[in-house]
Design a protein around this ligand. Structure first.
Ligand SMILES: NC(=O)c1ccc[n+]([C@@H]2O[C@H](COP(=O)([O-])OP(=O)(O)OC[C@H]3O[C@@H](n4cnc5c(N)ncnc54)[C@H](OP(=O)(O)O)[C@@H]3O)[C@@H](O)[C@H]2O)c1
Length: 323
């Protein structure tokens, strides 16, 4: 495993981070039982993954708690999240603190390493910053969490407006941002800011559905071509990104997607979500491989660098927040 310093937190974290949400939710979202989900976390830890990202809304905190029970607490960096809005209303600080306490209980830890606000839209940011954070800082003084993070709601904030406002506030130690081969605008909108302010970055949506489901990629390409947003030749193929897979290049589409994300300047940790141990192994291997060849990266920038809002789908709603 390779490790990096997560911005101003100083934490040494693995470049591959296990995401416990998304469509898989460690496999709970795709029909697996809890014991199998625990074994996915164990397999990740055994490969040297030391950053685990979960959330109150995912229903996977207890799985993570079971998986890390008995392990050296310092060997794993736990990130979780609370919602800052419920039913379209701002969440009062007391409910966020209740969520924090519940996360501590489910995870079975005394202190959460990174406590994040989940999927905050631009319209909700001022409430989080001005109303919730001051109350939450008193909980930090009690030792309930170490670092503060915020995650964007990618499908509802296509230009990364919330993070562009939040990062310069010097309040956030870590941010979570969406970026992938066909959604590259964080390169201009977010990473220059996080680098300037030494804010750690967790990357989401590297693969999601668009690069995991070939039919979805082909259909998306057809829509984009019809709208004149990508060249027509991309619409005429069942495997439009096949040009990335070649000797010396990527070994598969997901390999290309994780490597593309990992080597973007400004990205600290690439989160990957899976309930499948073979995928887990493959994804860690991909994230540890060298960058894609320069010619392939240049082609991805030329073909898709101008796209906004592609491939940012949400799984079915479970609780207050989807992710
Ligand atoms: N706003 C937010 O806070 C927010 C939003 C989105 C995501 N996140 C975080 O980011 C994490 C990562 O996002 P994500 O879950 O969308 O992860 P992802 O790694 O981009 O995509 C995961 C999807 O791809 C599939 N997959 C993974 N590896 C594969 C492989 N080698 N071959 C084929 N299919 C593969 C998974 O299914 P299998 O189970 O079959 O592998 C799953 O459906 C989440 O778990 C969550 O922690 C946060």
């Amino acid at each position: 495993m390779d490790y990096v310093t997560l911005g101003r937190t100083g934490l040494k974290v693995s470049v591959a981070g296990l995401g416990c949400g998304g469509f898989s939710r460690l496999g709970l979202g795709t029909g697996h039982i809890e014991a199998e989900a625990v074994s996915v976390v164990h397999a990740a830890l055994d490969l040297g993954v030391n950053l685990i990202d979960t959330a109150a809304a995912y229903g996977t905190e207890a799985v993570v708690g079971r998986a890390i029970a008995g392990r050296d607490r310092d060997s794993v960096v736990i990130a979780t999240k609370a919602s800052a809005a419920r039913g379209g209303e701002h969440t009062p600080p007391a409910l966020v603190i209740e969520s924090l306490d519940n996360s501590l209980r489910l995870l079975g830890v005394d202190c959460i390493d990174i406590f994040q606000f989940h999927g905050v839209p631009p319209s909700g940011y001022a409430h989080v910053r001005d109303v919730i954070v001051p109350a939450l800082m008193r909980e930090r003084e009690k030792g309930k969490f170490r670092f503060l993070g915020i995650t964007e709601t990618a499908p509802n904030d296509l230009e990364h407006e919330m993070l562009a406002r939040a990062v310069p506030d010097e309040l956030w130690d870590v941010v979570m941002v969406a970026f992938h081969m066909m959604a590259q605008n964080a390169r201009w909108a977010v990473f220059p800011l996080t680098r300037a302010h030494n804010v750690g970055t967790l990357l989401m949506f590297a693969v999601r559905s668009i690069f995991a489901r070939p039919a979805q990629l082909a259909a998306t390409m057809q829509e984009l071509a019809q709208a004149g947003k990508v060249p027509d030749w991309l619409a005429g193929s069942d495997d439009p990104l096949a040009f990335l897979v070649h000797p010396g290049g990527a070994s598969s589409l997901t390999d290309a997607a994780y490597r593309f994300a990992r080597h973007e300047p400004g990205v600290d940790v690439v989160l990957f979500g899976t309930g499948d141990r073979a995928h887990l192994q493959a994804n860690v291997e991909s994230i540890l491989k060298p960058p894609l060849p320069q010619a392939d990266r240049a082609r991805l920038a030329e073909l898709f660098g101008q796209l906004v809002g592609v491939g940012l789908d949400l799984p079915p709603r479970r609780g207050a927040v989807r992710a």
